[in-house]
Write a protein that binds this ligand. Structure first.
Ligand SMILES: [Zn+2]
Length: 404
């Protein structure tokens, strides 16, 4: 095999080193060149040269010098990238949201509109999504920023090439070409728009808040039941892109038929619709939207209201069983519970631990830590933030797109 030309090799190294510097600034905020060198293992000279290139491209700038003690004032570098932005557009069961962030992940603009959940009518939902997307694009233009990443998030499985929504049960959709519909409504929509499913993004966002967790099971419910399995740092996508469809684990013997074609899926007993119906709250969905109805359900479970508590009590053993099955299949070090279930993590953990094999103790850790079970911290914004953060990571891994 011929050796790669020298310039290509050194280009790769330079790109890698630029990414190291940028990733440090994202993680640690404004930093002196010496701090960056110490943290990345690069030499002071290398950091100075890389910083000069980043500064020339407008990606970093020098912050105002700060006086520390009697020495010379320290000049720190901070992320600038004032000319670019990440735009995340999202459709959930109730609303369309557009979030504009800078490279540090800080919010520049956010707009949200209820779409009224017109079941089986993707065109009207697309109209609302196009409205918020146009609004955010206009804001980016006004701020003098070019949109360099545009992930579109749906609470449904995504597949195909180009990617389409495969089925959104919350909105009564079959296959919907959401990106195509958005393009036809938003002239000048950047070509970089991509489509992504919420569960994996939310899982990566929650993982980013944990320390050194590479093996994680994320299980959430806010719109159906979904989640992700991260193994060795990588999301298990599967051969058909529908890995970790945890809501459709067919656990319940002789269970009810599911829209997916199986029967006895977890979602048929523990999904939002099933719980709301058992708790007598189905009527609230039209009035407050799905998220509002689930907030009320969650409040009632917390308050021990009899119907809500009974509904939760019916679902809990099956949620626990799903976690037991997945834990032995994936062997995670952490389980994170998301969506409105996060508020009920303690009861989920109790049910989960009630049927754990004693083998957990053989790992030299308390059984209560094999794996840990914790509540997600990002609430309803987990997928939105996950999309913004992973878009930023893609950009940092390819500084050429920032003009460096
Ligand atoms: Zn199913």
């Amino acid at each position: 095999m011929p050796r790669a030309p020298r310039s290509l090799v050194s280009g790769d190294v330079r790109r890698h080193n630029l990414t190291l510097v940028l990733a440090h600034l994202v993680r640690s905020g404004p930093s002196a060149r010496s701090e960056i060198a110490a943290a990345t293992g690069l030499t002071r000279g290398a950091v100075t040269a890389l910083a000069a290139a980043l500064s020339e491209a407008g990606v970093v700038r020098e912050a105002d010098p700060t006086q520390t003690g009697r020495g010379r004032p320290i000049t720190r570098l901070e992320l600038a990238a004032d000319r670019v932005a990440v735009l995340v557009a999202q459709v959930d069961a109730d609303a369309a949201t557009a979030l504009l962030t800078n490279l540090a992940g800080e919010e520049l603009h956010r707009v949200e509109r209820r779409h009224g959940r017109p079941m089986g009518d993707p065109e009207s939902v697309l109209d609302v999504l196009a409205e918020v997307t146009r609004d955010a694009l206009e804001t980016a233009h006004r701020l003098g920023r070019r949109v360099v990443e545009l992930p579109v998030v749906v609470f449904a499985p995504v597949g195909g090439e180009p990617p389409v929504v495969l089925a959104d049960t919350d909105l009564g959709w079959g296959v919907v070409d959401l990106l195509g519909g958005l393009r036809s409504r938003v002239p000048g929509l950047p070509e970089i728009a991509t489509l992504a499913s919420d569960g994996w993004l939310a899982a990566q966002a929650e993982r980013a808040l944990l320390d050194g967790i590479d093996d994680l099971v994320y299980l959430k419910s806010n719109s159906g039941i979904g989640g992700a399995i991260i193994s060795g740092g990588r999301t298990i996508e599967g051969a058909h892109g529908v890995g970790a469809s945890l809501g459709h684990l067919a656990l319940i013997p002789d269970g009810a038929p599911c829209e997916c074609g199986q029967s006895g899926c977890l979602v048929t007993i523990a999904g939002p619709d099933a719980l709301l119906e058992r708790a007598g709250l189905t009527g609230l969905v039209g009035e407050r939207g799905l998220a509002g109805a689930l907030d009320e359900l969650s409040r009632r479970i917390g308050a021990g209201e009899p119907d809500a508590t009974a509904a939760w009590g019916d679902a809990l053993p099956w949620i626990a069983r799903a976690l037991q099955v997945v834990s032995l299949a994936a062997d995670p070090s952490a389980i994170v519970i998301g969506g409105f279930w996060a508020a009920h993590t303690a009861s989920i953990e109790r049910a989960f631990r009630a049927n754990r094999p004693a083998v957990a103790e053989a790992f030299g850790r308390p059984a209560s830590e094999v794996p840990t079970v914790t509540a997600g911290r990002l609430g309803a914004d987990a997928a939105l933030l996950g999309a913004a953060w992973s878009a930023r990571d893609r950009l940092l891994a390819d500084p050429a797109r920032l003009g460096v």
